[in-house]
Design a protein around this ligand. Sequence first.
Ligand SMILES: [Zn+2]
Ligand SMILES: [Zn+2]
Length: 132
Amino acid sequence: MKGTCLCGSIEVVADSQADVAVCHCSMCRRWSGGPMFAVHCDSSVTFTGGEPATYQSSDWAQRGFCPTCGTHLFYHLLPGDEYIIPAGLFQNEPFVLTSQIFIDEKPPYYDLKNQTPTLTGQEVFEKYAPKA
Ligand SMILES: [Zn+2]
Ligand SMILES: [Zn+2]
């Protein structure tokens, strides 16, 4: 599947995905202005055109954005080299919302109507933490 940033200077190509997850964590909400709807991709994602600017938001992840228009392009999990890409970059995919994470950090001013499994931040870390 292919997507672009708002100004069109950076094109994203990733293997097609159907599942969209939404993250309600305080960092994603500050970064995005709202909950982050995203698709989980592996390391084979490519960005062509311009070079994404990056911000290291934690010890284990970088966030990337277009230096011209500011569109958010990726959340890059460094240990597993996985890219979590905002769903909005891809406008014609048959996406389905299948999970909500960091539900414990969701503020009270909105609730999604979608019925999906939810995970707390603690549960996310337990599920995805590298096994020693
Ligand atoms: Zn752009
Ligand atoms: Zn988040």
